[in-house]
Design a protein around this ligand. Structure first.
Ligand code: FAD
Length: 474
């Protein structure tokens, strides 16, 4: 210990206060562990400060403006003006309510909060460097530690986030005015969500993507609907092109791309957003001091109980692997805290939903039909197109479908894919069905409120049974 250090001891030291870390800390304290949570930046992590919440706030704002300005068919004539500074203030207010809520919840549950950057000294000791000059160090001795240090945006060669016109998603979400033109590199979920949002706010968006389609993780008929809608909104896609560099022009930036065959193109914008994925943060806490090494993909490997190769050290959330999603981080955080407290917890990755907040939304959980066949099931599939849903039609948003995949013999629900308005909400019912091994009969026999989008889940289950009323059975 360095002279002047403070030394404390704790049962559970949680490093990082994102949705993985703060949830682990609260559960640890609830289970009677003396718990310390250390955060070097802001409570709530990427999710609350520069990810899920700010992006969804802007997406909602853009939807309100876009819907109001495009509802002539319903007899509404409006031409909304966007005040981005006001929208930023509103978003910051939402973020502040949530981040201060995290801090209060931690304190109310008895979690000790430390502000600073944690690094390991050995398997039972961490050093916390408090921010700011002269703030000093603190040594914490721990029984168990949870690494929840999250992820950061990936930079690509030639595009440095320190350069003004090159933006990461975090920087874009701090914009003070709506750009007139934006080049977006990457058509994954973050690129697609932000491109759609900006297009609705009036930006001319050009997307360049190395692959030949949007959203590589999703099935062709799912992403076709989202891509078609994005094109209708005015997004200009260029597939099969990798961004190679940029140069400043009199009124913005010129981004160069190249195809595999060597064809070069250039696209103009006020700025360029690079959204090509995120990489785990493993370099902030001296993992070698405890003999832990990330795998080739950069993640810390864990088992289904969130344990790393070091017996008393857990890893949760983005740093522990895909899917890099907030709810997966929280679910792992709970498991880590419960295992540290001696409980028999484990995480079943099968029922972790994923959502993309595009227009329309996409949400999936469990197995697709192909996954189910690959896993040795004989899958049966039921579908309800939203053009047959009274609720979807009355919202003016009938593009999309709800699909349910089940095992034919047992009728146990294995997964679902949803494209349509509020897909991110509707998927919760399918996730519950997968989690509890519900059957098609359980879902079809559950009386759903009318008129709702959720009725489409019931109808898809009926369709899989050959008993749908409002659609033709397969
Ligand atoms: P993080 O939230 O990244 O938190 C890690 C924390 O650890 C940070 O606060 C960091 O400061 C701290 N830290 C790092 N090193 C140290 C150290 N040495 N000492 C102390 N503290 C440290 N996910 C969804 O589920 N739904 C969405 O709609 C969604 N939208 C997104 C939109 C965008 C634009 C982005 C960027 C991400 C989005 N995500 C979404 C992903 C989601 O934000 C992450 O999956 C989630 O935040 C991961 O949580 P985590 O706890 O693992 O890490």
């Amino acid at each position: 210990m360095v002279m002047g250090d403070i030394a404390t001891a704790t049962d559970l030291l949680v490093i990082g206060a994102g949705p993985g870390g703060y949830v682990a800390a609260i559960r640890g304290a609830q289970l009677g562990l003396d718990t310390t949570l250390v955060e070097k930046d802001a409570y709530g992590g990427a999710c609350l400060n520069r990810g899920c919440i700010p992006s969804k706030a802007f997406i909602h704002g853009a939807d309100v403006a876009h819907e109001a300005g495009n509802a002539e068919e319903m007899g509404i004539h409006a031409d909304p003006a966007i005040d981005m500074l006001q929208m930023q203030e509103w978003k910051s207010d939402v973020v502040d309510q949530l981040t201060s809520g995290v801090e209060k919840l931690c304190k109310a549950n008895g979690v000790s909060l430390l502000e600073g950057a944690a690094a390991f000294e050995d398997e039972h000791t961490a050093r916390i460097a408090h921010g700011g000059e002269g703030q000093g160090m603190e040594t914490v001795e721990f029984e168990h530690a949870v690494i929840a240090t999250g992820s950061r945006p990936i930079q690509i060669p030639g595009f440095d986030f320190a350069d003004d016109p090159v933006l990461s998603s975090s920087q874009l979400l701090r914009m003070e005015s709506v750009p007139d033109r934006l080049v977006v590199v990457g058509a994954g979920y973050i690129g697609m969500e932000l491109s759609t949002m900006l297009t609705k706010l009036g930006t001319e968006v050009t997307v360049v993507e190395m692959l030949d389609d949007v959203l590589p993780a999703y099935e062709a008929d799912v992403k076709r609907i989202v891509r078609k809608r994005a094109e209708e909104l005015g997004i200009d896609f260029h597939f099969g092109e990798g961004a190679t560099g940029w140069e400043e022009t009199a009124d913005g930036v010129l981004v160069s791309t190249e195809t595999e065959a060597g064809d070069v193109s250039q696209y103009e914008g006020d700025a360029v957003l690079v959204a090509v994925g995120r990489q785990p943060v493993t370099d902030t806490m001296e993992l070698d001091a405890i003999g832990l090494e990330p795998n080739d993909a950069g993640f810390i490997e864990t088992d289904d109980r969130a344990r790393t190769d070091v017996e008393n050290v857990f890893a949760v959330g983005d740093v522990a692997g895909e899917p890099m999603l907030a709810h997966k981080a929280s679910a792992e955080g709970i498991v880590a805290a419960e295992v540290a407290a001696g409980e028999p917890a484990a995480l079943d990755q099968q029922a972790i939903p994923a959502a993309v907040f595009t227009d329309p939304e996409i949400a999936t959980v469990g197995l697709t039909e192909d996954d189910a066949a690959d896993a040795g099931f004989d899958p049966v599939v039921g579908e309800m197109p939203l053009r047959a849903s009274g609720r979807a039609l009355s919202m003016g948003e009938s593009d999309g479908f709800v699909r349910i995949v089940a095992d034919e013999a047992s009728e146990i629900v294995l997964g679902g894919q949803i494209v349509g308005p509020n897909a991110s909400e509707i998927v919760a019912e399918v996730a519950l069905a997968v989690e509890m091994s519900a059957t098609l009969e359980d879902v079809a026999g559950t009386v759903h409120t009318h008129p709702t989008l959720a009725e489409a889940v019931m109808e898809a289950a009926e369709n899989a049974q050959g008993q749908a009323i409002h659609t033709l059975n397969r």
